[in-house]
Design a protein around this ligand. Structure first.
Ligand code: LAG
Ligand code: CA
Length: 482
């Protein structure tokens, strides 16, 4: 369950938060496939409660009312079509699976596909689930439970959301059928929402009953789904991420926290020379890594001061480090602009999601940020693919916030997060020649629109990054040689 089964030569996934299936299919063909992206985490595809009383917040999608594939992102036909087109473009689809709970109790009770629920009776006819399928006695998780009481964190309600009993054979069967249906449609794996709130033993049974990936979609025979379990573990709680790594991969929340600190000058970049398990991070192969996710970019979920698109220079620096360094299985966040932390995606007055528009410089409009399309970020996805499975070598730092390193003989990167310029002759480990920096520009029709770096016969090159430059990074690799 720890292999994402990317198509050959690909290595990075992006969370297209709240995107519609038709738009994702188009994005696979026009951008993600050609640019070498490996996969996409999509928003939950199953029917959720419509919450007009809060103006259709993004979090309504974390309140399932049935397992029918019908949401604001699209219906089952559109879903199946998206998966097929993305797989054809070499881009995998990973589903955000909400299997810990159903909705909370609301006055409104109609789902995105028209299903209803009778909350007072724990009755969800769209599945169907009834009282016996939930954990009893009824209880709600309180803040202190995280410190003392693993059983309450797993058997009580997470913010009032009706808590399913995954120990029940009937419940397991509904969940497994839902996930196997998605596998038959060609998805490559799952994010397990709220995994901390379910018993590892129950999850292990559910995973073991999943089908192999669908060979008709290009997966090798016998391939197991990639599973990354959302476990927020910043240390010191009753439940540890270590209880989950035997099962499948785990979201590494300490990763984005530490890199956000370093790239906002709260820690020096030079300390990143031993980045990885020595920082208390999970083993690389167990770790799904990211700077921000849909929760912590808006102050939900794990706390901490996380960098987001709103502090773009520092954010791009942290993302570049994530993609340049071999540790972990990286995931990018792709957002819509928000000020109100509850606000849903751009929508019309009927609540329909408005598609991103695409500008001539490749950026998005209509309220979508599309971090994954930023030249510096998309370029680094290509860098990671070229670097492949090489390690880090020829680390250099100035004893402060200027660092540089090579990835074998494939790629070189330098960062300047000091308040003064970087100007050094450094070992790039690349063959002699001229290379185009993919951060300040890109190679278009054999011309470089940014800095050109000349590497000598000894592999060394003069590198300069001023402290007032638009970006703090310079990156070159074998694919940008001229
Ligand atoms: C997750 N991971 O474990 C998701 O990443 C996270 O986004 C989900 O919470 C949560 N677990 C449940 O799937 C989000 C919002 C919550 C929201 C919840 C359900 O962060 O704020 O709760 O989705 O929509 C909301 C209200 C609560 C209310 C609850 C129940 O904010 O006040 O009690 O709904 O109706
Ligand atoms: Ca639970």
């Amino acid at each position: 369950y720890k292999n994402p089964h990317y198509a050959a030569g690909r290595s990075t996934m992006v969370h297209l938060f709240e995107w519609k299936w038709d738009d994702i299919a188009a994005e696979c063909e026009r951008f993600l496939g050609p640019r070498g992206f490996g996969g996409i985490q999509i928003s939950p595809p199953n029917e959720n409660l419509v919450i007009w009383s809060r103006n259709r917040p993004w979090w309504e999608r974390y309140q399932p009312i049935s397992y029918r594939l019908i949401t604001r992102s699209g219906n089952e036909n559109q879903f199946a079509n998206m998966v097929r087109r993305c797989n054809n473009a070499g881009v995998r689809i990973y589903v955000d699976a909400i299997i810990n709970h159903m909705t909370g109790t609301w006055n409104e009770n109609v789902g995105t596909g028209g299903s209803t629920a009778n909350f007072g009776d724990w009755h969800f006819p769209g599945v169907p689930y009834g009282r016996n399928d939930f954990n009893w006695p009824h209880c709600v998780i309180s803040g202190n439970d995280y410190n003392c009481c693993a059983d309450r964190v797993r058997n009580c309600e997470l913010s009032g959301l009706k808590d399913l009993n995954q120990g029940s054979e009937y419940v397991r069967e509904q969940i497994v059928n839902f996930m196997n249906h998605l596998i038959s449609l060609g998805v490559a794996g799952f994010r397990i929402d709220a995994a901390k709130h379910m018993w590892p033993g129950d999850l292990s049974v559910i995973y073991s009953r999943l089908h192999n990936l669908n060979t008709a979609h290009g997966f090798p025979s016998g391939a197991r789904p990639y599973i990354f379990q959302e476990v927020i573990d910043l240390g010191g709680e009753a439940i540890s991420r270590n209880e989950y790594i035997a099962l499948a991969a785990v979201t590494e929340f300490r990763f984005g926290l530490e890199l956000s600190r370093a790239f906002s000058q709260q820690n020096q970049l030079r300390w990143l020379s031993n980045w990885g398990p020595q920082w208390g991070l999970l083993a690389s192969g167990d770790s799904l890594t990211f700077i921000d996710n849909h929760d912590n970019q808006r102050g939900h979920g794990a706390g901490g001061n996380i960098l987001t698109y709103k502090r773009s220079k520092q954010y791009k620096g942290a993302i570049a480090f994530m993609l340049a360094h071999p540790y972990g299985q990286p995931q990018l966040m792709s957002s819509y602009d928000f000020h109100d932390t509850e606000a849903g995606p751009p929508m019309d007055h009927n609540g329909n999601i408005v598609s991103p528009s695409i500008n001539s410089d490749n950026s998005c409009g209509n309220g979508w940020i599309c971090e994954h399309r930023w030249r510096q970020i998309a370029g680094m996805v290509g860098f990671r693919n070229v670097a492949g499975n090489t390690g880090v070598n020829d680390w250099w730092d100035n004893g402060s916030n200027q660092i540089a390193f090579c990835r074998g003989g494939q790629a070189f990167i330098a960062f300047n997060n000091d308040n003064w310029g970087l100007s050094q002759t450094l070992q790039t480990c690349l063959p002699a020649g001229r290379y185009c920096d993919i951060i300040s520009g890109e190679k278009i029709n054999n011309a470089c629109t940014g800095k050109t770096i000349t590497v000598g016969n000894d592999g060394r090159a003069h590198i300069s990054i001023g402290s007032n430059e638009y970006d703090m990074v310079l990156a070159i690799h074998r694919g940008t040689q001229s």
